[in-house]
Unconditional design. Structure first.
Length: 218
C-alpha cells in the first residue's frame, strides 16, 4: 500500500532529479513536509549540501558544483570576478570562495558553506553582461567574458591597497585574462571597449591602454 509519505518521497526524488538541487522552501512549496525531508536525509536518500539546500546522493557532480550551490543559496546574485574568470577558463587560479555580485539594496546573506565572497555592484554594472548557464540542472547567472574582464580592472583599481593586501587583488589577473580572451577569441576588442565605457570614464581610461597595446600586438 502506498502511503502519503511514500508519495512525498517520490515527489522529492522527481523534483531533485529535474532541478539538480533544491532549497527547502522549493520542496515545501511542492507540498513536501520538512519531516519527510528530514527522514530522507537520515536514511541517506537525500544529501544536505548546505543549510536548507538538498540534492540526491547519486547526482552527478560538475566541476562547477559550488557555483550551482551558490546560485541556489543567493538566487538574486551573479557569479563574478575570480569565479567567473575560472568558469570561462581565463585563469589557472582556483578561488577558495565563490565570488558573487549582489545589488546595493539586496539583503546580504550569511552562508557558512560553500564559502561565498559577496561584492555589491551599482545598478548600472550589476544588470549588464549577465549570462545564464546550466550547471547540474541549475540555472546559474554568470557575467560574460568581456564584462568579467572589465570588472576585474574596475575592482582592482577601485579597491586600491586595501583589497590588494586582504584579497590579493591587483591588475595582473585582469591583464592576463584580457590577453587570453583576445588570443582565444572568447571576446572582441569592441565588447571590451563597450563594457569599459559603460562602467565609466575611469575604468575606460584604465582598460584602454592595455586593450590598444594587445590589439596592436595581435
Amino acid at each position: 500500500m502506498t502511503t502519503k509519505g511514500d508519495r512525498q518521497q517520490d515527489r522529492v526524488v522527481a523534483l531533485l532529479s529535474q532541478r539538480g538541487m533544491a532549497r527547502l522552501s522549493e520542496l515545501t512549496d511542492a507540498g513536501i513536509t520538512a519531516a519527510t525531508i528530514s527522514r530522507m536525509e537520515q536514511n541517506g536518500e537525500v544529501v544536505r549540501l548546505a543549510r536548507g539546500l538538498y540534492q540526491l546522493p547519486d547526482a552527478p557532480l560538475d566541476a562547477n558544483h559550488s557555483l550551482a550551490e551558490a546560485a541556489k543559496l543567493v538566487p538574486k546574485g551573479v557569479i563574478c570576478l575570480q569565479s567567473a574568470l575560472a568558469y570561462h577558463d581565463l585563469t589557472d587560479r582556483i578561488p577558495p570562495s565563490v565570488w558573487m555580485a549582489i545589488a546595493f539594496k539586496d539583503w546580504r546573506p550569511r552562508i557558512a558553506s560553500p564559502p561565498i565572497q559577496i561584492m555589491r555592484f551599482g545598478p548600472k554594472v550589476f544588470e549588464s553582461g549577465v549570462e545564464e548557464h546550466a550547471i547540474e540542472g541549475v540555472v546559474v547567472r554568470i557575467y560574460g567574458v568581456a564584462k568579467t574582464i572589465v570588472d576585474e580592472f574596475r575592482i582592482s583599481h577601485a579597491a586600491g591597497l586595501l583589497y590588494r593586501k586582504s584579497l590579493g587583488y591587483n591588475l595582473t589577473a585582469a591583464i592576463e585574462a584580457l590577453r587570453t580572451a583576445l588570443r582565444e577569441r572568447k571576446t572582441t576588442p569592441a565588447e571590451i571597449a563597450r563594457f569599459s565605457v559603460e562602467a565609466g570614464p575611469k575604468t575606460w581610461g584604465l582598460v584602454r591602454p592595455y586593450l590598444e597595446a594587445l590589439t596592436v600586438d595581435a
